[in-house]
Design a protein around this ligand. Structure first.
Ligand SMILES: *Cc1c(COP(=O)(O)O)cnc(C)c1O
Length: 354
């Protein structure tokens, strides 16, 4: 069923900022999308309206019991066109997150159409400088004013937009990573595979600890045995081992990244052997020591590919590829961003042109 999307026009449009100087996530566009869920009518009030503060009851359920999920994707400028990268994947993943958190699923087709309308309305906000993009943040949360512990009866689904500068200046640069042995991000049977807001709250303390120890990000081990590599920060992780591309197999506590999935498909297309397997942290240390592993990199929407130059495992620093960007990371980064920005033909049908 297609619903009529109401559009409420703004009286006044903001001045566009100089995107090269803004901090990530601080500037928002003129409009947002919103929809409301009630048990009687489902998701029945889709509208685009001026970006504005929300009015919530202090007993709003999301604030107390954490029914809140989100997504993240980007719009890229190519001449007069605006390109989206696999937006269908984001809404399909959002439904998996919603279902896990006992929240009502959205209609993916309606959500995509609403997103397209919002982006078309805001197309002048998609920045065109090198590496710049418009970050898209869809999110759903429980807004019923009620302190009882049970799934909320009402929800809000919003999409907000924020122009972002290039993550790297002109070039990729390697990061340093601390392997976390105490705190875990997610456990078997839990919500690790969902983009649940609370997963982030739980990860902040380890991130702070890594920063205090002089590392930029955390590498998470599994929550059960604390032996198997899961993710790095809020990215999936890849290795080049004996020339093959290796990544941890999805196990329910790893977030199934769309960048991860795209890198696997792209690498296979380019002739790499790709293996998804359980990676023991001690085996990883041995393979770094022996030189079998020549590259390590993270992968996620925000950075696309993030090479790792230094990895601290159980107190020992391993320097990877002389702390330089490796050839596979550079190649996959170039190809994927070329597809996202429409600089090369997209052989996979991933890009949506608006
Ligand atoms: C969002 C996210 C990723 C990356 O997913 P993409 O779809 O590639 O952006 C990886 N890990 C975690 C924990 C995440 O929240």
């Amino acid at each position: 069923m297609t619903q009529t999307l109401q559009i409420e026009r703004a009286n006044h449009l903001k001045d566009k900022p100089d995107v090269s100087t803004i901090k990530f996530g601080t500037v928002f566009t003129d409009y947002m999308f919103t929809n409301k869920y009630t048990p009687e009518y489902g998701w029945s009030e889709p509208s685009i309206l001026p970006y504005q503060n929300l009015q919530l009851s202090p007993s709003c359920q999301a604030l107390h019991y954490g029914q809140s999920v989100f997504e993240g994707l980007k719009a890229y400028k190519n001449g007069d066109d605006v390109l989206l990268f696999r937006p269908d994947e984001n809404f399909s993943r959002m439904n998996k997150s919603l279902s896990r958190l006992s929240m009502p699923e959205i209609n993916e087709e309606n959500a995509l159409n609403a997103l397209y309308e919002l982006i078309k309305l805001e197309r002048d906000w998609v920045p065109g400088g090198p590496g710049q993009s418009l970050y898209i943040r869809p999110f759903v949360f429980a807004d019923e004013p009620f302190l009882g512990v049970r799934p909320s009866e009402t929800y809000q689904f919003n999409i907000i937009l924020s122009p972002v500068a290039s993550y790297y200046g002109a070039q990729l640069s390697p990061t340093s990573i601390y392997v976390e042995d105490d705190f875990v991000r997610a456990v078997r049977g839990g919500v690790g595979f969902a983009k649940a807001s609370g997963n982030y709250a739980g990860s902040l303390l380890a991130q702070k600890k890594a920063n205090e120890l002089g590392y930029e990000q955390v590498l998470w081990l599994d929550g059960v045995e604390q032996k198997y590599v899961e993710e790095v920060g809020s990215m999936n992780i890849f290795f080049i081992r004996d020339g093959e591309l290796i990544t941890p197999k999805l196990n329910g506590s790893i977030l199934p990244g769309i960048t991860r999935k795209s890198i696997i498909q792209l690498a296979e297309y380019k002739g790499y052997t790709v293996k998804e397997e359980a990676i023991h942290i001690d085996t990883l240390a041995e393979d770094l020591e022996s030189g079998r592993i020549t590259e390590v990199f993270g992968a996620g929407t925000a950075v696309v590919v993030s090479p790792v130059g230094k990895l601290n495992i159980h107190g020992v620093d391993y320097i990877i590829n002389d702390n330089q960007v490796g050839p596979a990371a550079q190649e996959l980064y170039n190809d994927l961003t070329d597809i996202q920005y429409g600089r090369i033909e997209d052989p996979f049908g991933w890009v949506v042109k608006l």
